[in-house]
Design a protein around this ligand. Structure first.
Ligand code: PEP
Length: 241
């Protein structure tokens, strides 16, 4: 199971000390087969890399510029630059960035170039509350998958994070039966072996007890709760107990 910590725009150099608990946990038997991946803001990736030197915790970025090459793009970072920090993952297509105007086509270019740069991609998809109410979830997910992964060979480099937009940061999660059906639907979109599927949206130390019962999931993308090491560890522990 994969546990991806999305720190969003939180954290400063003092946050590095809060990782001691997680490092200790990552070396213990209690982690079972859980794989931890931290996606801090860009400013902290190198410091986290040094901090994680002697453990198996992996690193990712939360977005990247679409260009394969270096260039005059003030304020941006491309996938090659992310790879050079020691990170191995990048989150792409997050709804908070789609909301700012990232199109499926742009996300597709980012994914292609991230793979070229040898990063693994955590590709986020999900419907808004209005789309859900209008019963458009399947149509929205199909479109996001079709356009976002256009001309991309599915391999172990692609993870899909199903994140209903209405669930992010709200405390609401889908009903188990609904979530299971949606994950099945996503898996069936792929002809060969489907990519690993994560669920994201308000995962916490309580609802993990229900979420872990959806055994077709390969892990979780965790925002708010991941910024607290104790809660993050608790989520991993409860997944296995
Ligand atoms: C996210 O933004 O990817 C996320 C899952 O956030 P939260 O867990 O805070 O809902």
């Amino acid at each position: 199971m994969y546990f991806v910590a999305n720190w969003k725009m939180f954290g400063n150099y003092k946050s590095i000390n809060t990782l001691n608990k997680v490092i200790k946990f990552s070396k213990s038997k209690a982690i079972k087969k859980g794989r931890l991946i931290y996606c801090p803001p860009y400013t902290l990736i190198s410091s986290f890399f040094k901090k994680f030197e002697n453990c198996l915790i992996d690193l990712g970025a939360q977005n990247c510029h679409e260009s394969e090459d270096y260039g005059s793009h003030t304020g941006f970072i491309n996938s090659k630059m992310i790879k050079s920090t020691g990170a191995n993952y990048v989150i792409l297509g997050h709804s908070e960035n789609r909301k700012k105007g990232e199109s499926d086509q742009l996300i597709n270019t980012k994914i292609k170039n991230a793979i070229k740069a040898k990063l693994k991609v955590i590709f986020c998809i999900g419907e808004t509350l209005i789309e859900k109410k209008k019963k458009k979830t399947k149509a929205v997910l199909s479109k996001q998958i079709k356009l976002g992964l256009k001309k991309i060979k599915i391999s172990s480099n692609i993870f899909i994070a199903y994140e209903p937009v209405w669930s992010i940061g709200t405390g609401d999660i889908p009903k188990s039966i609904e979530l299971e059906k949606t994950v099945q639907f996503i898996k069936k979109k792929f002809k060969g072996k489907p990519p690993k599927i994560l669920y994201g949206g308000s995962v916490n130390t309580e609802n993990i007890k229900d979420l872990k019962k959806i055994t077709i999931l390969d892990g979780f993308l965790i925002g708010g709760a991941s910024q607290n090491s104790k809660k993050f560890i608790d989520i991993v522990k409860k997944t296995y107990n």
